[in-house]
Write a protein that binds this ligand. Structure first.
Ligand code: NAX
Ligand code: ADP
Ligand code: K
Length: 497
């Protein structure tokens, strides 16, 4: 897992690296700029591309000047530089790169407060106006220049962070920022990139290593950790010879109602495909024919058999499509000591009966999307605040709270906030959460502790969707197809051929 740090901590890592290694600040800037250029050249391999580099006069601007020079050295001959001289400060590294730039044929235009901006004929704009040093919302000349660039509709590649976007903290929906197609960010993605409010400022982001001290970064105090493929490889337990269905646990899925039987079937199917040894469905009897037809591997449990089931199963998933039946069932569930996943209608029931939250067994996994979360814990104005509440609730109640989104935040009882990087907008359709519930239940049934089950389940769910997009360029993926992609995705991650 990678620790995600704040802009202030990045400055600490910057200082520490310069003090403890034989690398000067100006050389660090050169590394960063070179790393930027490497990705930029992949995005725009045509060396005839006309590029406008807009620089401020701090270190982000210094990067911009170095990038202009490095591109020109690599035969990008149509590079021009604008310098926004709206403040009185110039960083030393900016000044050093300015001196280097004067030795090149690159045309430089400087803008002072109140100046008009000419049209931008170039094909692409590099945004090196302001970076992680942003300390207030954009206004005045800065805002005018950013709006001028946005108005052109030209693709923008931002250096480190789009100008105007705070690297961390509460993001206001009315924030004015440069709208970047690509952001090439240094050493770590900025926390803001994972919050939905940043969507209008960033289409895609890339992260490049610039040589900051990794050991130092990993020791910095931060609640936020980014899940990586190596975490899945470490957690996943390979299937050993002579194992059998009894080895992989028995999962009980409590789901479905007359009009929402599909949710139950999706959760059961995902449970099956995620490796539970046995899966039993507690669904209304009228769903039996559908279950037997679609999922002959899954067993059925009726109301009469339910009391006998509690002790026979290893994990429970409750909620998808459960409708009004949630109330009496959740009573039964909370009297077991089984690991469990609580989703959808079971969460709605909890939000209407909040005292029941206190009855949940420790380490139960709650999987709310934003609306379910706010119904449970109150309305939030920003995702930053919502994530802080998730952390507080997870710690206070000793629960695992998965706050679902493009980047799902996993709030753990120890206060850590894990960020899941997998998944894509092709997965934004009904039933996708039901699949996740089935997957999580399967991993709990297989004996993974809740902490490991959520990492595996969440990562794999998104990775299955990503694999489908990569393999077939699909723009929409029905939940069913994600289910079917689970075994191969797990195989590719953990059993590379
Ligand atoms: N490890 C690192 O931290 C490295 C950082 N580098 C670059 O350095 C950047 C940070 O540089 P700086 O700290 O010099 O800051 P910036 O270049 O982001 O901003 C420059 C200055 O502008 C002023 N400013 C902030 N917000 C403003 C606003 N809304 N309106 C007007 N003025 C404003 C502040 O005084 C700030 O220090 C990073 O984003 C990155 O691009 C790289 O050069 C390489 C290494
Ligand atoms: N744009 C997206 N990128 C990545 N994952 C997504 C995206 N949209 C939805 N998902 C995932 O799909 C699931 C949707 O869950 P939920 O809203 O509960 O769906 P449903 O109730 O229809 O089953 C979540 O796990 C979420 O992370
Ligand atoms: K920038």
């Amino acid at each position: 897992m990678k620790t995600i740090i704040t802009a202030a901590q990045t400055r600490e890592a910057d200082r520490y690296t310069i003090e403890t290694t034989p690398i000067a600040s100006i050389d660090l800037m050169e590394h960063a700029s070179l790393a930027f250029v490497t990705i930029f050249m992949q995005l725009y391999p045509d060396k005839n591309t006309h590029v406008l580099i807009c620089s401020g006069t701090g270190n982000n601007g210094g990067d911009g000047l170095a990038i202009a020079r490095l591109l020109q050295e690599r035969s990008y001959d149509a590079v021009a530089v604008w310098i926004a001289r709206f403040g009185s400060n110039e960083s030393d590294e900016f000044a050093a790169n300015m001196a280097r730039l004067y030795n090149t044929p690159i045309p430089i235009t400087e803008f002072f407060p109140g100046d008009e901006f000419p049209p931008i004929p170039q094909r692409v704009v590099v945004d090196a106006l302001l970076g992680s040093g942003l300390n207030k919302p954009l206004q005045g000349d800065w805002l005018r220049m950013v709006q001028h660039i946005n108005q052109t509709g030209k693709p923008v590649v931002a250096v480190d962070v789009p100008t105007g976007l705070p690297a961390d903290g509460v993001l206001s929906p009315s924030e004015h920022t440069l709208q970047a197609h690509h952001v090439i960010s240094f050493q770590r993605p900025k926390l803001s990139f994972f919050f939905p409010e940043s969507a209008k400022s960033i289409r895609h982001f890339h992260v490049v290593d610039i040589g900051l001290d990794e050991a130092f970064i990993e020791k910095l105090p931060s609640d936020f950790k980014l899940i990586e493929p190596s975490d899945i490889q470490q957690i996943y337990r390979h299937r050993e010879p002579f194992t059998h269905k009894g080895t992989y646990g028995h999962a009980l899925i409590i789901a479905g109602d007359i009009q929402t039987m599909g949710a139950a079937l999706l959760a059961c199917e995902a449970c099956l495909y995620s490796g539970a040894g046995l899966t039993t469905a507690f669904i209304p009897e009228m769903g039996l024919a559908a279950l037997n037809t679609r999922l002959p591997e899954v067993m059925y449990c009726g109301v009469d058999e339910l009391p006998g089931m509690w002790n026979r199963v290893d994990a429970i998933g409750i909620g998808p499509g459960l409708g009004q039946r949630a109330s009496w069932l959740i009573d039964g569930v909370t009297h077991t000591d089984k690991p469990m996943v609580i989703d959808a209608d079971a969460l709605t029931f909890l939000s209407q009966n909040r005292e029941w939250l206190d009855r949940l067994p420790k380490y139960s996994i709650l999987t709310p999307h934003m609306k379910e979360f706010d119904r449970l814990f109150g309305a939030h104005k920003s995702w930053w605040d919502r994530v802080q509440t998730a952390k507080e609730q997870a710690v206070a109640r000793q629960l695992v709270i998965l706050l679902k989104n493009q980047y799902t935040f996993i709030a753990l009882p120890d206060g850590n906030l894990l960020i899941n990087p997998t998944g894509n907008p092709a997965m934004a359709s009904g039933g996708m959460g039901d699949v996740l519930t089935g997957m999580l239940t399967a991993f709990l049934a297989q004996g993974y502790p809740p902490h490991d089950a959520v990492i595996l389940g969440c990562y794999l769910h998104g990775a299955a969707g990503d694999q489908l997009v990569a393999d077939s360029n699909k723009v929409v993926i029905p939940a069913r197809q994600v289910v079917q992609a689970i075994p191969a995705t797990l195989g590719n991650l953990c059993h590379p051929r």
